[in-house]
Design a protein around this ligand. Structure first.
Ligand code: COA
Ligand code: MG
Length: 285
C-alpha cells in the first residue's frame, strides 16, 4: 500500500493537539488514546518560543514511542517565514506522518512534493472556504479540517455563528467526499463541557465527518465513541451491500430496501462505515 493510501485509511476519530513548546503535554499526548496527535507550532506557541518549540519537537518525536498513532505537526501559515523553518524540521523527522497546514489556501501540493508527508489542511478563512475543493484535491491531501474562531475572525463575524454553521460543514464534507479524503470537525473550546462536545461531534457526524480535533484528554473518549460506527450502523451497511448485490445480479443498479431506494451512493456510504468499523483503533491490535 502506498504511503498516501495507507494514511487515507487510518482512523482519525480524535486528533489531539499539544502545544509544541510544552514537553509535559507532548509526552502525555504520546500515551493517550487519540488516534492522531498534532504537535503545534502555530497559534499555541508564542512567536518568541517558535525556535525552542522546533528544537523540542525535533528531540521528542524520535524519542517517544508513538505506537500506532498518527503523528502530525501543525506548521505556521505558508505566508509566514516560520512555516519554511517548520517544514525544514518536519522533513527530517521520519516519524512525522502528516503536516497540518493552517489557514490553507491553494498551492499545498508543493509541500507534499518537497517533504513526502501527507497533508491535512485547515480551512479557516473566507478565501479557504471559497477554494475548499481546490485545496482538498491537491496532491498529498489525506484529510481536511476547519476552524471556527479563525473563520469568524476572517469574516469579521462571531464564533457562535460559525461554530454552528451548516453551510460550512456541508461544503467541507462535499469537497472531502468528492475527493476521497477524511473530514475532521473543528475544535470545541470548553474542555469541561463534554456533553456539548459530544453533541457537536454527533452533529458533525451527520454531515459525514469522521473525527474531531480535540485539545484536552476529556474530549478523546467522547470523540472515539461518537465516531466509531454503532452496531446498528454496521448492520445497516452490511444489509445495504447484500441487497444491492442481489439487485446487481438481477441486472439492476437501483433497488428497494424496505421503503427506500438503494443505489451506488448508499453502497459507498455503507463501505465507508464498514471500513471505519474495521480500522484498528490506537491500543487495539
Ligand atoms: N495533550 C496532552 N495532555 C493534556 C492536554 C493535551 N492537549 N491538555 C491537558 N492535558 C493533561 C494535563 O497535562 C493534565 O495532566 P496531569 O493530570 O498528568 O497533570 C491533565 O491533562 C488535565 O489537564 P488540565 O489541568 O485540565 O488542563 P489545563 O487547565 O492545564 O489546560 C488547556 C487546558 C486547554 C490550556 C490545555 O488542555 C491545552 O493546552 N490544550 C491544547 C491547546 C492547543 O494545542 N491548541 C492548539 C489547537 S486549537
Ligand atoms: Mg486556527
Amino acid at each position: 500500500m502506498s504511503v498516501i493510501s495507507d494514511h487515507k485509511s487510518r482512523p482519525r476519530r480524535s486528533q489531539l493537539y499539544a502545544p509544541g513548546n510544552n514537553e509535559k503535554l507532548i509526552v502525555k499526548a504520546s500515551k493517550l488514546d487519540a488516534d492522531s496527535v498534532v504537535l503545534d507550532l502555530e497559534d499555541s506557541v508564542p512567536a518568541e518560543m517558535k525556535e525552542e518549540a522546533r528544537r523540542l519537537i525535533g528531540r521528542l518525536v524520535p524519542e517517544l514511542d508513538w505506537g500506532k498513532r498518527e503523528v502530525c505537526v501543525r506548521i505556521n501559515p505558508l505566508n509566514k517565514l516560520d512555516s519554511y523553518r517548520d517544514l525544514l524540521l518536519v522533513s527530517t523527522l521520519d516519524r512525522v506522518d502528516s503536516i497540518v497546514v493552517p489557514k490553507a489556501d491553494v498551492g499545498l501540493g508543493s509541500i507534499y512534493n518537497a517533504t513526502g508527508k501527507s497533508l491535512i489542511p485547515i480551512v479557516e478563512t473566507a478565501r479557504g472556504l471559497l477554494r475548499v475543493e481546490d485545496i482538498v484535491c491537491e496532491e498529498g491531501v489525506v484529510a481536511v479540517t476547519w476552524g471556527a474562531a479563525d473563520m469568524a475572525f476572517s469574516f469579521g463575524g462571531s464564533l457562535d455563528a460559525f461554530s454552528s454553521n451548516a453551510y460550512i460543514r456541508t461544503k467541507i464534507a462535499a469537497a472531502a467526499v468528492t475527493h476521497g479524503v477524511e473530514a475532521i470537525d473543528k475544535v470545541y473550546f470548553d474542555v469541561e463541557d463534554t456533553e456539548g462536545f459530544a453533541a457537536e461531534a454527533r452533529e458533525a457526524k451527520k454531515y459525514g465527518f469522521s473525527g474531531k480535533q480535540v485539545i484536552h484528554p476529556n474530549q478523546i473518549g467522547p470523540a472515539n465513541s461518537v465516531f466509531t460506527p454503532t452496531a446498528e450502523e454496521l448492520e445497516w451497511a452490511q444489509r445495504i451491500l447484500r441487497v444491492y448485490e442481489e439487485g446487481r445480479r438481477a441486472g439492476r443498479g437501483a433497488v428497494r430496501m424496505d421503503d427506500e431506494l438503494v443505489d451506488e451512493v448508499h453502497v459507498r456510504i455503507a463501505k465507508g462505515i464498514i471500513q471505519r468499523a474495521n480500522r484498528g483503533a490506537v491500543g487495539e491490535d
